[in-house]
Design a protein around this ligand. Sequence first.
Ligand code: UD1
Ligand code: MG
Length: 452
Amino acid sequence: MVAVAILAAGRGTRMKSNLPKVLHTLGGRSLVQRVLDSCHLINPSRQLVIIGYEGEQVKQCLQSIPSLEFVEQREQLGTGHAIQQLLPHLQDFDGDLFVLNGDAPLLRPETLQNLLHIHKTNQNAATLLTAHLPNPKGYGRVFCDNNNLVTQIVEDRDCNAAQKKNHRVNGGIYCFNWPQLAQVLPKLSPNNDQKEYYLTDVVQYLNPVMAVDVEDYLEINGINDRQQLSAANDIMQDRIKNRWMAAGVTMIDPDSITIDDTVKLEVDVIIEPQTHLRGNSVIGAGSRIGPGSLIENSQIGQNVTVLYSVITDSEVASGCRIGPYTHLRGEAKIKEACRIGNFVEIKKSEVGQKSNVAHLSYLGDAILGEQVNVGAGTITANYDGVNKHPTIIGNRTKTGANSVFVAPVTLGEEVTVAAGSVVTNDVPNQALVIARQRQRIIEDWKNKIQQK
Ligand code: UD1
Ligand code: MG
């Protein structure tokens, strides 16, 4: 049986932030959530999160994950002290306990699985993840004998000059035989530069403790300051982009593109510069997104083009052309082969197949049929100051330039709306509606004025 404990009680002083460190986000998800996600292959029967600094906030952020147990560390006296808090909670537990630093968001699930495998086959008291870093500054140094058995871990600030030359570092990722760890936890003392109880000191009392080098040292990156957060972001972005490029996606100037790891892309998608794909967005095969676009929590069909546009919480079906400068939001649904163009905002509306909303329009709470042509500058006046109201426009209707629909209002099929109309009443099928004053011409006006 395996349990997991996540260390998430520290403030993260080096972040210089009001937010607890583990709640800082990387690609849309908090550090601690990412650490929890990395555990899915080891199948823990219990997951304990040790909280302290702004613990309520951490708890709230993890609310949606079922069956988490929160253990409070009232004073943050070090990583060893944090794990001591588990003693009353794991009294009857006799399996292995993974301890993961809450600030190591780049761990791969396979790495933990491998660590568990080695831990079990060697019947270790503890097994920990190590790496040889080009720049080991800030990390605890791990000292081993010739068989990778750990003799000592010394924190960076406690190292002497000779010890600092050791580039093998502690990743802060451990698998312990819990009953053995529980026995020695009370022996820790705050005998170091920080006057903290270090979890790493337990290696002196346990036997055997084995170090396992991680294949990709970038995985153990701990986030302690904003520079490390930004570096981790770069690493994660590289991973995500390389994966999609390997799967048949073209990226033009990938350094200027960001993609959340929750996004899904189909084959032959082309992503142009300065484009950002977020949340649970899906981009269909052959679509071309960007340059300069943001797509968040939206589903884009196949062979769609999106140019300099923002699309959030919306759906765009196959064959549509979006932009430049379109804003779709709040459950806009654009059906197949539509053209939504320059300076158009669409909110919570449905646009039927092969319709055009090409220039300078606002559609809110509207339902448009198929092959509707929305003239330049058409506006749905959907808000009376208190409530929102719907506008319904039938198939093949054409709205004239600069027309306003004062909702609630319904236009039938094949209606023609004269330019500049303010439509306040429903219009039947195939009618022409003109809702404006007739033009008047006063001849010779200029002369009359001058004579006065
Ligand atoms: C720790 C390790 C170091 C390792 C590095 C890897 C110790 C003593 N040192 O150092 O060997 O190389 O991680 O990134 O463990 N926390 C608590 N309660 C506390 C203190 C910390 O829950 O009282 C949590 C923090 O929120 C954080 C984690 O423990 O998620 C690690 O703490 P941090 O201060 O970042 O330790 P490092 O100095 O990075
Ligand atoms: Mg750290």
